[in-house]
Design a protein around this ligand. Sequence first.
Ligand code: ATP
Length: 345
Amino acid sequence: MTSTDTARVVHGPKRPGTPALEARGLTKHFPVHGGLRRGRVVRAVEDVSLALPEGTVTAVVGESGSGKSTLSRLLTRLTAPTAGELLLDGEPVGGSARARRAYAGQVHLVLQDPFSSLNAVHSIRYHLRRPLKLHHGLRGSELDAHAAQLLERVSLTPAERYLDKFPHELSGGQRQRVAIARGLAVRPRVLLADEPVSMLDVSIRLGVLNLLDELRERERLAILYVTHDIASARYLADTVVVMYAGQVVESGPAVQVTDAPAHPYTRLLLSAAPDPHRREPVVLRGRGAPPSLIDPPSGCRFHPRCPLAMPVCAETAPPVRPAAGDQVAACWLLDPERAPGTTPA
Ligand SMILES: Nc1ncnc2c1ncn2[C@@H]1O[C@H](COP(=O)(O)OP(=O)(O)OP(=O)(O)O)[C@@H](O)[C@H]1O
């Protein structure tokens, strides 16, 4: 592969066949409504192309404000894109109400805070029976049998112990499992998990990550794992996609990206030693701040913070280039003609 500035690079696990979900050139600009910058836009996500094949986990990592949540909301269609398109099983996703309902059945969002998605006044039985009724038309004893199966699929066993409990009677990890079980009731093919463990105690995070891994393996789900914690991304994901200031700066096999990062920003993320007790979004203090997404820096958006920046970095955005194998990065250091120690032709 040579410079890829003319061809669009699709980030995500490399698997033969059609991905369950694919994003092409997803872009989101939020209009600014008040203040001095009224009429301008926040460039939250810029031209992101991503493929999520079944049976794989793709992690999107980056510090606070890098656009991770906006990307996952674009993938759920909760946010309308400024540009770009989504393909489900290779077919462009339609805009009709029917197409939206079908999409919502296939692509499920797992929220950070399971409390916000479970209703305190209803039992677990109610939460699980409802989607089974609405989406699959189940009735009577079938409902309880299927609700119990859902709990077993998320390792809440014996199911009878949980069915009549209320959300507040469960631990955070158990609530997240119930929220995932309820999502599974609709039989999705894609799970979008946005910081699914960041609000849980450290001791139970691994259990929920392992559950996601089981679902990937056993049910062949395509999973997007959004996190600020690059160490957990390495643990769970096949592929890591690193975002900075709304753009993908690097992607590739998780072990490769975390063992031998090609982009200086990925190195910076890795050097901010992951604190497993961290609950708040990661901000890399002491090394400058992420840029304004209303007036992003010219050239490479990372150049004002980059310890290795060259003059070209402030002038021209770097194309995405191969680093090693399936690992790619958008950095001028990967250009043999620009890297330090070489003489431009
Ligand atoms: N509805 C909105 N209107 C205007 N700007 C928004 C909106 N939603 C997000 N943004 C802006 O888009 C940028 C990306 O935000 P986003 O929440 O996607 O980042 P993130 O990486 O998920 O951060 P965090 O980890 O803190 O949630 C930020 O500058 C944010 O302020």
